[in-house]
Design a protein around this ligand. Structure first.
Ligand SMILES: [Cu+2]
Length: 419
C-alpha cells in the first residue's frame, strides 16, 4: 500500500526510486487503483500521485522490456523535469536568461521563408505556424509536441548555455489562482505577470471557444487583457502571428495568403498580451479534471478529453489543452497557431507531455505505443497516423524522427522523466 507520505517522498527524491538497475525476472506493475485510497482532504494532488506511480512503472517496464536501451538510459542518468515552483531562485534565473538569450540570437529560418522572423526564438514559433495543420491532428499531436518541447530545451542548453531542463506548470496546483503561481506572479523569477499595461482591449467582453463568432463557451474578460508589464518578460516582443486569434484588438499579420506558405509569418512586432483567467483554470484544470483525464481507458478517450470532448466544447467542457492556453489567454496565448510566441507555451506543453507520459506509464505494456487518429487537422477521412511517420521541426531544430521514436521518454532521442 502506498501512503501519501511515501508517494510524496518519491516525488521529492526521484533518485531513491526502488526500481533496480536491471531486472532479471518479470515484475508486476504498480496497481495504481490502491492510490485512490488517499483521502481527498490530503493536500497531495491525486494527479501527482498517479504521476509517481507512472514514474515507477516506466522504470520497471523499461528494465524488463528494453534492457539494451535501459543500459543506455536508466534511473541513474535520466533527466527529471520538475515544475517551476520546485526550481530554486538561481535555477529560475538561469532559465529566464536562456530564453531571453534565444530572442537575441539570429534566426536560422531564411528571410524568404519567414519575413517576420527576428531571432532564434521565432524559428520555433515559425515551425509551429508552418506545420499547424499536421501537428494539431489527432494522430501525432502528442508526439510532435513532445519532440518540439524537447528540441526547445536542447536549444536553450546548446545555444544559450542553460544547464537545467524544461520546467512544467502543474495546472491543478494553481487552478484556483494562477496569477499567484510562481510562474505567473509577475516577480523577477516568474515568466511575467498578467497583462495590465497598455491598451487593455476593454471593449471585448468575452473570448469565444472555439471561435469568437460562434462561441460554445464564453470566457469572461479577466483583470488583464493588456501588455505584460511586470517581471522579466515585460519587454518581450511578439513578432509573428496571429493566425486565428480570439482577441479582437490584436493587429492583423501582414501575411494573410493561405496559398503561399507565409500566412502569419510577416513581421508584426507587438507586446506580449495576457488575460489570466482563474474562471478557466478553476473549472477545467483542477485536480479532479486532470485525475479523470489520467484515468481515460484508451488513447482515443485521452485525446478527445484533453481537447474538449469528441464534440469539442459542447456541454460546457473545455479540456485541459484549451483551458491551459486560456489560463493566460491574450496574444499570442489564445491563438493556437502562433501561441509559442509566449514563452509560457513550453510550461503548458511540458505539463501536457507529463499528463500523456503519466497516462502511458500507468499501463505501459498497452499504452507506450498507443496512437489514434489521422494526419490532418479535423479531417477524419485523412490517412491514419502510423508509428513510422516522420516528424521534423523545420529550421528550429535539425533532423527527423518517427512518431515511434517519440513514444517513450526513455528512448529515441530522449532520456527524461517527470517528478
Ligand atoms: Cu501546438
Amino acid at each position: 500500500m502506498w501512503s501519501a507520505a511515501v508517494v510524496g517522498a518519491i516525488l521529492l527524491a526521484p533518485a531513491a526510486f526502488a526500481a533496480p538497475q536491471t531486472l532479471t525476472t518479470s515484475q508486476e506493475y504498480l496497481d495504481y487503483s490502491v492510490l485512490d485510497t488517499i483521502p481527498a482532504s490530503s493536500n497531495v494532488l491525486q494527479a501527482d500521485v498517479l504521476a509517481s506511480a507512472a514514474a515507477i512503472n516506466q522504470q520497471i517496464y523499461q528494465s524488463n522490456n528494453n534492457p539494451t536501451q535501459w543500459r543506455k538510459c536508466n534511473r541513474n542518468n535520466a533527466v527529471y523535469r520538475r515544475e517551476w515552483a520546485a526550481f530554486s531562485t538561481s535555477e529560475k534565473k538561469d532559465y529566464i536568461k536562456a530564453v531571453q538569450c534565444m530572442s537575441k540570437l539570429a534566426p536560422k529560418t531564411p528571410k524568404e521563408k519567414c519575413p517576420g522572423c527576428q531571432n532564434r526564438y521565432d524559428d520555433f514559433v515559425a515551425t509551429h505556424i508552418n506545420q499547424t495543420f499536421f501537428i494539431h491532428n489527432t494522430g501525432n499531436f502528442l508526439a510532435w509536441h513532445r519532440y518540439f518541447t524537447w528540441a526547445y530545451e536542447q536549444t536553450l542548453r546548446k545555444e544559450c548555455g542553460y544547464k537545467g531542463y524544461q520546467p512544467y506548470y502543474n495546472w491543478p496546483r494553481w487552478a484556483n489562482n494562477p496569477a499567484a503561481s510562481p510562474a505567473l506572479d509577475g516577480s523577477a523569477t516568474s515568466m511575467g505577470g498578467n497583462g495590465l499595461g497598455g491598451d487593455r482591449c476593454t471593449n471585448q467582453t468575452f473570448y469565444g471557444i472555439p471561435t469568437q463568432a460562434q462561441p460554445l463557451i464564453e470566457i469572461p474578460h479577466g483583470a488583464g487583457g493588456g501588455c505584460v508589464n511586470s517581471g522579466p518578460f515585460k519587454d518581450w516582443k511578439v513578432n509573428l502571428g496571429p493566425v486565428f486569434t480570439d482577441v479582437t484588438c490584436t493587429p492583423p499579420n501582414p501575411e494573410t495568403d493561405f496559398t503561399n506558405g507565409l500566412v502569419g509569418l510577416g513581421k508584426n512586432t507587438r507586446c506580449l498580451v495576457r488575460d489570466i483567467s482563474a474562471w478557466t483554470s478553476s473549472q477545467w484544470t483542477n485536480d479532479q479534471q486532470v485525475t479523470k483525464l489520467l484515468k481515460s481507458k484508451d488513447i482515443k478517450t485521452l485525446w478527445y478529453d484533453m481537447q474538449g470532448g469528441e464534440n469539442p466544447f459542447t456541454n460546457n467542457f473545455m479540456g485541459v489543452h484549451t483551458a491551459g492556453h486560456f489560463t493566460i489567454g491574450g496574444d499570442p496565448g489564445s491563438d493556437f497557431v502562433s501561441s509559442p510566441g509566449d514563452p509560457w507555451f513550453f510550461f503548458h506543453h511540458g505539463q501536457i507531455d507529463r499528463v500523456w507520459w503519466t497516462w502511458q506509464n500507468l499501463d505501459p505494456k498497452k499504452r507506450v505505443n498507443a496512437i489514434y487518429g489521422t494526419i490532418f487537422l479535423a479531417d477524419p477521412t485523412a490517412a491514419n497516423a502510423t508509428l513510422d511517420d516522420g516528424m521534423n521541426l523545420g529550421y528550429a531544430y535539425p533532423g527527423t524522427i518517427t512518431i515511434r521514436d517519440a513514444m517513450s521518454t526513455l528512448a529515441g532521442p530522449f532520456c527524461y522523466a517527470y517528478v
